[in-house]
Write a protein that binds this ligand. Structure first.
Ligand SMILES: [Zn+2]
Ligand SMILES: [Zn+2]
Length: 391
């Protein structure tokens, strides 16, 4: 017999490991090496079998006791051993579905519970909708209305879908369970799996005569206008929950909710980042140089702001509390940051040009050397100008 690894070593646990530890260790290995996850990988398959074998023995108190006492020799008599199979352990008549069912059930999503007919009350599903609002509506909040199609439990059949006076019958194929158990032969022996009953689609019930009001669906639909309160400070992409405006519940369960996702339009001037607002504001050169009051647009309307003499372009000022309100407390607002941009005039009147030249001279700016001949020209032009005035 080829040498066999110690079973505890295979699972990577102490000899004193309890059931939960064994299960956890095996689950981890099974998930990693399961043939479904590693199709065609012989090494993974061997590892999987080795771990499965170790778990099958160590999870059984009687077999674990034998193994602890005699080691692998405990299982070398009788079935197994040289027949290959699981490295010396025979799975023969065991129902592996019972041993591993719960492990594989939650390992691979199982499907076991999906589709099971449930007669208890269940909450209806949530509905989703989108809503477009303006930048200002997002800042200050508003109330909107949207129109959606809402399902309601059919009043004629009370949601059963069966013609009034009749009752849905229990599905004979699944006995009302909604799912069917399949038993399959696999490399571990018999494995049980479950699937949705094809006869009743998992509802567990068969409707012989349909309700005419709802054509057997159990629901009626209508267009409804729903008020959606938009809280101040909401941001693009956030959702508002309108309670009880989702799908109706099943078997007397509560309705689901309506989740309205908000699309906030871009603003031509303001940008938002979290709870602050950003914008730029033009100021004239004279304002920048001399200082004084400038008019600045905010979401609350225009405000006058006193700038210092000698304000440079791209100076950023903060208007405290002119930003976005907190959704929880609308009096708690962010700030508005304004970048002041000095405008260089492009269309100047002759008068303005002259004033600027004089301003430049007053600042003591001497003309550049290469412009000497133009200086002469300018002088002569000035002289001409003087002459015309003197005439
Ligand atoms: Zn009906
Ligand atoms: Zn069925």
């Amino acid at each position: 017999m080829a040498e066999q690894r110690d079973l505890y070593e295979v699972l990577g646990v102490d000899r004193s490991a309890d059931d939960a530890t064994l299960k956890k260790a095996y689950r981890k290995l099974a998930k990693k090496y399961h043939p479904d996850v590693n199709p065609g990988d012989k090494e993974a398959e061997a590892k999987f079998k080795e771990a499965t074998n170790a778990y099958a023995i160590l999870s059984d108190p009687e077999k674990r006791k034998q193994y602890d006492q005699f080691g692998h020799a405990a299982f070398e008599n009788g079935a197994g051993g040289s027949t290959g199979g699981f490295g010396g352990f025979d799975f023969g008549g065991m129902d592996m579905g019972d041993i591993f069912g719960d492990i594989f059930g939650d390992l691979f999503g199982g499907g076991g519970r999906r589709g099971r007919a449930d007669n208890g009350p269940r909450r209806g599903a949530n509905l989703r909708a989108r809503l477009n609002i303006t930048f200002e509506e997002a800042i200050f909040g508003c109330e909107k209305e949207i129109e959606i199609t809402l399902k309601d439990t059919c009043q004629s059949c009370h949601g059963t879908g069966a013609k009034p006076g009749t009752q849905p019958q229990t599905c004979p194929k699944c006995n009302g369970e909604g799912q069917i158990v399949y038993t399959q032969q696999s490399m571990f022996g018999m494995v049980r799996s479950t699937g949705t009953c094809p006869e009743c689609n998992g509802t567990g019930k068969i409707i012989k005569e349909k309700c005419s009001a709802c054509r057997g669906t159990g629901y009626t639909s209508s267009r409804q206008r729903i008020k959606v309160p938009i809280p101040a400070g909401i941001n693009h992409g956030q959702s508002i929950r309108v309670r009880d405006k989702g799908e109706p519940g099943v078997n007397g369960g509560p309705r689901g909710d309506l989740l309205v996702e908000v699309n906030v339009a871009r603003h031509p001037i303001f940008q938002r980042q979290d709870r602050n607002i950003y914008s730029t504001a033009p100021i004239t050169f004279a304002q920048a140089a001399l200082g004084g009051q400038v008019r600045i647009r905010t979401v609350d309307g225009d405000v006058m702001y006193e700038i210092k003499p000698g304000t440079q372009t791209d100076t950023r000022i903060r208007l405290k509390g002119k930003g976005v309100p907190s959704i929880r407390n609308k009096n708690d607002r962010g700030d508005h940051y304004v970048t002041l941009v000095v405008q260089v005039p492009t269309r100047l009147s002759e008068e303005a040009k002259q004033a600027l030249r004089e301003f430049d001279q007053a600042c003591g700016n001497t003309p550049a050397p290469k412009q000497e001949h133009t200086e002469k020209k300018k002088k002569s032009f000035m002289d001409k100008l003087k002459e015309t005035f003197e005439e």
